[in-house]
Design a protein around this ligand. Structure first.
Ligand SMILES: NC(=O)c1ccc[n+]([C@@H]2O[C@H](COP(=O)([O-])OP(=O)(O)OC[C@H]3O[C@@H](n4cnc5c(N)ncnc54)[C@H](O)[C@@H]3O)[C@@H](O)[C@H]2O)c1
Ligand SMILES: O=C(O)[C@H](O)COP(=O)(O)O
Length: 466
C-alpha cells in the first residue's frame, strides 16, 4: 500500500505555483513514516495503490446533491467528504473552496475565475453531469486543475424526456391536466395531433440528439437534423445543410447543443419566424440557447403552438426557491402562456443516470488523485501509465507545466540521475502534462527531485505519488 508523501499546493494561486510540503502525519489506515519509505511494501508484481496524500488529509466538497454512488466511492478511499444538497452563493463557495483539494458540482455551481482564484489547494474538479460550461476550463488548466465530467450517462434520460414532451405538446396534455386539476372538464380535439408521420428537427446531433433520433423514428416520426459538423445519420434520419432548412421543414424543433457564445440566442425572433406555423419548440440544452421573450411573443401570436423548456438563463439555487420575475424578468409572462411545459432542469434527473454519473465521475476522481491518470479530462491532455507494481522504492512524478519549448530537456536533466522506467508527456493548448515512473529512489531523492522541479519557471503543479 502506498503511503503518505504529501505534495500540497498551499501557495497562493496568484503566482501560479504550488508548494511542496512533505507531510509526515500518518493515519491509522495508511501509516508509513517517510523514514520507512519502501520498507513495508509487498512483493513485486502486485499492483501498488498510490496515494498522493495522507488519505485523511484529502478534503472533498460535493455540492448539488451528488448521487450516493459517487459519495460512496470517495468515502471508501478514506477521503474527508462533505456533501451538500444545494449549490452555494458565490461568497460561501469562495469560503469553502479555499480549503478543499477536490470539488464535485453539477450544472449550477459556477466555477469562474473569481472563484477558482481562491481555490489555493484545488487539484481537480468533478462535474457530475454532462455540461462543463459552468467551469472556466482554460483558467483551471492553466493552474493545473484537471476537470472531469460524465459525457453521456444521462443522454438516454434526456432523450426519453423529449419523447414524452413531443406527445404532451401535440395533445395539449399539460393544459388539459391543469384544467382538470382546477375542476374543469374540457374535451378537445381541435389542433391535437398524432406524432406519427410528423417531422422532428434535431439541432445538435451529438449523444442526446442521435439517441433521440432513434427513439423518434421508432414512433413513426421523420427525423432531420442540423449540426455544425457532418455526422452519420442513424436509421433514415437526414442531415440538412442549414438551421433555416430545419426550421422551415420541422413540425417539432428540439435543441441539443452546448452552451457556447455561438449558441447564445440560437433561437430568437428571426428563427422563430422561420418555423412552420403551429409548430413546437423544445429546449433541454441550456437556457441561453433560446431568447425567451421572443418565444413568448411567438406563442402569444399563435405562430408557435407549444413549447417545453427544461432549462433557463437563470435557475433557482435550490428546491423550493421561487421561479418568478425576480429571477428572470419574463418569468410570470412565461407561466401565463398556454401549452407550455416548464420543468426544473430535470432532463438528466433519473435514478439510472445519477447513479451512473456518480460512479463514472467518482472513479475518474480517484484515478486522478491516486494515480495522476487524466483519461477523460475535458481540459488537460489525456495521459495514462500502467499501474506501478508493489516493488519498493518506486515513485510516480507528475509535472504539470506550461507548454513552452525546452521544458522536457530540463525535466529529464533532473530525472536523468535516476532510473526512469516509464515516461509519457502530452500537451493541450497552453498546458502540458508529464508523468514519469522512477525506480530506486529514496525519500531524500524525492525531495531533491521535487525541489528541482518546483524551481523550474514553467512549472504549474508538481505531484509525487508512491
Ligand atoms: N436538461 C438536462 O438536464 C441536460 C442533460 C444533459 C445535457 N444537457 C445539455 O445538452 C447539451 C447537449 O448534450 P450532448 O450530450 O448531446 O452533447 P454533445 O456534445 O454530444 O452534442 C452536441 C452537438 O451539438 C453540435 N453543435 C455545437 N454547436 C452547434 C451549433 N451552433 N449548431 C448546431 N449544432 C451544434 C455539436 O457538433 C455536437 O454534435 C449539453 O451540452 C448540455 O448542455 C442538458
Ligand atoms: O449537464 C447536464 O448533464 C445536465 O444539464 C444535467 O445537469 P444536473 O446534473 O445539474 O441536473
Amino acid at each position: 500500500m502506498a503511503q503518505a508523501l504529501n505534495i500540497s499546493n498551499a501557495s497562493p494561486r496568484g503566482d501560479s505555483q504550488r508548494h511542496l510540503s512533505v507531510s509526515t502525519s500518518p493515519t491509522a489506515a495508511f501509516q508509513s513514516p517517510l523514514s520507512s519509505f519502501g520498507g513495508a511494501l509487498a512483493q513485486r508484481g502486485n499492483p501498488k495503490q498510490l496515494k498522493p496524500f495522507n488519505t485523511q488529509d484529502i478534503k472533498i466538497l460535493l455540492l448539488e446533491n451528488v448521487n450516493q454512488s459517487g459519495r460512496d466511492i470517495l468515502t471508501a478511499q478514506g477521503y474527508q467528504v462533505e456533501a451538500l444538497k444545494t449549490s452555494l452563493p458565490e461568497d460561501q463557495l469562495i469560503e469553502k473552496i479555499r480549503d478543499v483539494h477536490v470539488i464535485g458540482i453539477r450544472s449550477k455551481t459556477k466555477l469562474n475565475e473569481k472563484v477558482l482564484k481562491e481555490a489555493k489547494n484545488l487539484l481537480v474538479i468533478g462535474c457530475f453531469c454532462i455540461g462543463t460550461n459552468q467551469v472556466n476550463l482554460d483558467y483551471a488548466a492553466r493552474h493545473g486543475i484537471a476537470v472531469f465530467n460524465s459525457p453521456f450517462a444521462n443522454s438516454r434520460s434526456v432523450a426519453e424526456l423529449v419523447i414524452a414532451e413531443i406527445i404532451t405538446l401535440a395533445r395539449q396534455l399539460g393544459d388539459r391536466s391543469n384544467e382538470m386539476h382546477r375542476g374543469t372538464w374540457n374535451k378537445v380535439s381541435n389542433k391535437c395531433w398524432e406524432i406519427r408521420g410528423k417531422t422532428l428537427g434535431i439541432v445538435g446531433y451529438g449523444h442526446i440528439g442521435s439517441q433521440l433520433s432513434v427513439l423518434a423514428e421508432a414512433m413513426g416520426m421523420n427525423v432531420i437534423y442540423y449540426d455544425v459538423v457532418s455526422l452519420m445519420a442513424l436509421g433514415t434520419a437526414r442531415q440538412v445543410p442549414t438551421l433555416q432548412t430545419l426550421l422551415n421543414e420541422a413540425d417539432f424543433v428540439t435543441l441539443h447543443v452546448p452552451e457556447l457564445p455561438e449558441t447564445k440566442n440560437l433561437i430568437s425572433a428571426a428563427q422563430l419566424a422561420e418555423m412552420k406555423d403551429g409548430s413546437y419548440l423544445i429546449n433541454a440544452s441550456r437556457g441561453t440557447v433560446v431568447d425567451i421573450p421572443a418565444l413568448i411573443n411567438a406563442m402569444r401570436s399563435g405562430k408557435i403552438a407549444g413549447a417545453a423548456l427544461d432549462v433557463f438563463p437563470t435557475e433557482p439555487r435550490a428546491n423550493g426557491d421561487y421561479f418568478n420575475n425576480e429571477l428572470n424578468s419574463w418569468g410570470e409572462d412565461l407561466r401565463s402562456v398556454n401549452n407550455i411545459i416548464l420543468t426544473p432542469h430535470i432532463g438528466g434527473s433519473t435514478e439510472e443516470a445519477q447513479r451512473a454519473i456518480g460512479i463514472e465521475v467518482g472513479d475518474a476522481l480517484v484515478r486522478y488523485i491516486n494515480q495522476g491518470v487524466t483519461i477523460g479530462s475535458v481540459n488537460m491532455p489525456e495521459v495514462t501509465l500502467r499501474s506501478l507494481t508493489a516493488e519498493a522504492d518506486y515513485a510516480r512524478i507528475i509535472f504539470i507545466h506550461q507548454n513552452v519549448p525546452g521544458v522536457l530537456r530540463r525535466v529529464n536533466e533532473i530525472l536523468g540521475e535516476h532510473n526512469v522506467d516509464k515516461q509519457i508527456s502530452d500537451s493541450r493548448g497552453d498546458c502540458a502534462y508529464l508523468m514519469a515512473d522512477v525506480s530506486n529512489v529514496q525519500t531524500s531523492d524525492l525531495r531533491d527531485i521535487l525541489e528541482s522541479l518546483e524551481a523550474l519557471s514553467s512549472r504549474i503543479a508538481t505531484r509525487v505519488l508512491y
